[in-house]
Unconditional design. Structure first.
Length: 338
């Protein structure tokens, strides 16, 4: 009989752990949201898919690229031809840039990663809308308490962002004070962000020699990028933290018109997600914008029975999809060797 393992969180990291460990353990995967994917959020509209979470993979990220290949998915180059726009207070300025390091997008959106992994989870018992509240451990195993149930297993892996985990899940016996403090000090990558997608019949800015990339101090968006699919034009924007708490579609469209011209008014779809106040990603401490990408990585063994995982636990590429893959592969290997 295989030992039981409870994995908490069905983001990329939790799903990949379940995939890698399913032959060695009987797995229950507990997810608080009514969907899998965590910070990966791909919305579908009339057969086209757009990302409100992660978008890019970079050439040096070998682990995620290998996973994309192994799942039969394809990458295509992010559109970055043409001038970029700077939304200066005194008026929009356009610049040509030199050659940028290319970034790549997943055909069908980043959600293809998590849906493809989920399709490959044979006997894994995935339970959505099942937030974990308390994890008790004893010499024989762990008891994981959700709102309605107490589930027993020999081991538990928690894949939440460390700060969210330390803030929202109670541990009995409690986590070592130093570990809890360290976890509370780790910012959740992109936990301060909110993002919108605006779609068009055509990527009209390309015909005007514009790449769709813009930066702004005026807002509401601080950064805009091309997010077009094969059949639709699309732009995505990150909100300026000053104006991040509601979607402001009219002001966003005004800004896009200012940057890219009058056709920006003729949008088809506007979608928005506020990660800053999403209780399954962020805590209030995450609302502070970060000046730089934090140095991630942490001790992942809480006890003989409880391990932590998730992208922020990886010292290498922590915060990114690549970090989520590296962390899952390392922990799965360590558990299988043990
Ligand atoms: C707007 C945005 C843009 C980004 N852009 C990029 C990019 O371009 N490239 C890149 O590489 N990375 C990017 N990232 C980061 C990337 O999304 C993350 O690295 C990756 O998705 C993290 O996966 P994870 O499984 O470690 O964590 P998560 O996806 O956060 O998974 C944790 C899971 O735990 C669940 N959970 C939380 N609390 C509970 C509970 N109490 N009980 C049960 N389940 C719970 C959550 O719902 C979630 O499903 C971006 C993120 C955002 C938000």
């Amino acid at each position: 009989m295989k030992p039981e393992l409870i994995i908490v969180g069905a983001g990329l990291n939790g799903l990949l752990l379940a995939y890698l460990l399913q032959d060695s353990y009987r797995i229950i995967l507990l997810e608080g949201r009514p969907r899998i994917g965590g910070r990966i959020l791909t919305v579908e509209e009339a057969g086209e898919r757009f990302d409100l979470g992660p978008t890019w993979v970079w050439p040096h990220q070998h682990h995620i690229r290998h996973l994309i290949d192994a799942l039969g998915l394809t990458l295509f180059r992010h559109y970055d031809q043409g001038a970029f726009a700077y939304d200066a207070p005194e008026g929009v300025q356009y610049f040509r840039t030199g050659k940028n390091a290319p970034s790549y997008r997943i055909e069908g959106g980043a959600g293809m990663l998590t849906s493809s992994l989920a399709e490959r989870l044979g006997d894994v018992d995935i339970r959505l809308e099942t937030p974990v509240r308390t994890i008790r451990s004893d010499s024989e195993g762990v008891t994981v308490h959700t709102d309605g149930e107490a589930l027993r297993a020999s081991h538990c892996i928690v894949t939440l962002p460390p700060r969210l985990c330390a803030d929202t899940i109670a541990f009995e016996p409690p986590l070592a004070a130093a570990m809890r403090e360290k976890m509370l000090a780790i910012p959740t990558w992109m936990g301060f962000s909110s993002k919108c997608i605006v779609t068009y019949a055509e990527p009209f800015w390309r015909e005007r020699g514009l790449s769709g990339f813009a930066t702004s101090h005026r807002g509401p968006l601080s950064e805009v990028h091309d997010a077009s699919t094969r059949n639709k034009g699309a732009l995505f924007g990150f909100y300026h933290t000053r104006s991040a708490d509601d979607s402001q579609p009219e002001r966003v469209i005004e800004q896009l018109e200012r940057l890219f011209g009058a056709p920006a008014r003729d949008y088809e779809l506007f979608r928005y997600h506020n990660w800053r106040s999403d209780p399954y990603t962020s805590v209030p401490a995450d609302r502070e914008p970060l000046d730089a990408h934090p140095r991630y990585g942490m001790e992942t063994k809480a006890s003989e029975r409880i391990r932590f995982c998730g992208t922020e636990t990886s010292a290498e590429e922590g915060g990114y999809l690549e970090g989520a893959v590296i962390a899952a592969m390392r922990l799965a290997k360590a558990l299988m060797e043990a």
